[in-house]
Design a protein around this ligand. Structure first.
Ligand SMILES: Cc1ncc(COP(=O)(O)O)c(C=O)c1O
Length: 355
């Protein structure tokens, strides 16, 4: 950050932006990576790139952050909400095909807690119906599906570097483009609808307004902060995995006797230790556990509320019940998980839970 500030070049698309983008393209094989000011912005770029127009339908899991849906609603999409698996908050592909209509344009998948959705099944359905797939990989940096990096499988993907994520820049995000058809337009949308990128590459002799867009790119101060994190990615991930494994080992005996459930990482997925959660048997049990942890000074929190029954979407939803999503909304608790947490903190938190 010091270097960025004292270079005198702190607006966007400078040295640090390029370092970060190259890192993602080289390490994860994204055909194009563009930093954004948030994952929400990256999702908005996806919605524009997918050419959503009024009447188009977009399938989105109901158990997700509002951005996975609102980015497409802003482009006038109708959201068709999908349910989770019973034992994993990710979208259940077995029920996906029944949601597809001739108006379905996009499926948004969310790799909850950085654990992959079953992408082979999802891509097979999407290809059968000629539907685009956007991976909301907000939580999924450095995580894999059958050896393939998350964010590299769908047509495009969005990552978050919000301060709650594994790799952070305060606010921040990234759009990854895997289908070359979208690269040229992505660069234009990223730079307020202008062909500035072509101008800087010397491909045109002046730059003009050529499409819609916005100021999606972050400043070099943000990019420099992110670069310092990326340089330490392996250390960050290793530390988080130690904490995650400790939670798992200490809480498994309670899960084994049915006190609650702990995360399941399917064989096809890796665990990037973004989050450790437990799923209580009911809402009352969850409230009691959160309250008890709070009394002992531990900030454990629930997560998403079902989007299909949110005040904004309730009267627009088609009325289908999404019971697994509602169950996770009622019963899931996230335990503290951040780089500075010590193994002794995890021991203490688990002791309170055991008690
Ligand atoms: C699944 C998911 N998508 C999108 C977002 C939005 O990310 P950002 O805060 O970077 O816009 C979040 C934020 O936590 C998220 O969990």
């Amino acid at each position: 950050m010091y270097q960025a500030v004292y270079s005198g070049k702190i607006s966007g698309n400078g040295v640090f932006t390029k370092k970060c983008q190259n890192f993602f393209e080289e390490k994860y094989g994204f055909k194009k990576a563009l930093l954004t000011t948030s994952c929400t912005d990256a999702l908005e770029m996806c919605a524009i790139l997918c050419n959503i127009s009024p009447g188009d339908e977009v399938i989105v899991p109901s158990y997700t952050f509002v951005s996975s849906a609102v980015a497409f609603v802003r482009q006038s999409a109708k959201i068709v909400f999908a349910d989770s698996y019973p034992d994993n908050p990710n979208i259940d592909p077995e029920k996906l095909e029944t949601l597809i209509t001739p108006m379905t344009k996009v499926i948004v998948v969310v790799h909850y807690a950085g654990v992959a959705c079953d992408m082979d099944k999802i891509m097979k359905i999407a290809n059968k119906y000629n539907i685009l797939v956007v991976e909301d990989a907000a939580q999924a940096i450095d995580s894999y599906y059958k050896g393939r990096p998350l964010g590299s499988i769908g047509h495009m993907a969005a990552f978050s570097f919000h301060e709650t994520k594994n790799v952070i820049s305060g606010e921040g995000g990234l759009i990854a483009i895997n289908d070359e058809r979208f690269i040229h337009r992505a660069e234009i949308i990223w730079e307020k609808g202008t062909n500035r990128a072509e101008f800087f590459r010397g491909e045109v002799n002046k730059y003009s307004w050529v499409d819609i867009g916005s100021s999606f790119l972050p400043s070099e101060i943000v990019a420099a902060f992110l670069w310092a994190q990326l340089e330490n990615l392996d250390m960050i991930q290793a530390k988080r995995k130690v904490l995650w494994d400790a939670y798992y080992k200490l809480l498994k005996p309670l899960a084994d006797i049915g006190m609650f459930k702990i995360p399941i990482v399917p064989d096809y997925a890796t665990n990037n230790a973004h989050m450790f959660y437990v799923v209580c048997n009911n809402l009352e049990g969850r409230t009691a556990l959160i309250d008890k942890l709070k009394i002992d000074g531990v900030g454990a929190v629930f997560h998403y509320l079902s989007l299909h029954s949110s005040p904004y979407y309730l009267d627009k939803h088609d009325g289908r019940e999404l019971p697994n999503c509602d169950m996770f909304a009622d019963c899931l608790i996230r335990l503290p998980m951040f780089y500075e947490l010590g193994i002794e903190d995890v021991n203490q938190i688990c002791n309170i839970i055991v008690k």
